[in-house]
Write a new protein. Sequence first.
Length: 66
Amino acid sequence: PVALTRALNDQLTPNASIINISSTAGVYNDETQPTYSKSKKLLIDMTKAWSKSGKFGDRRFNVIAP
């Protein structure tokens, strides 16, 4: 997601949003799959950080955790 977001950011229209797909395993620590759970938590945290950072201008960031 990091490389893809950086690579495509300049090609998106000004009011396009970036939507990352995570998992509830990132919200509720799934101890049966710790690596998967941590990677999904990281994606959620990264999405929140980017939305607040201004690094990508006024672009909106959202994360979905089905």
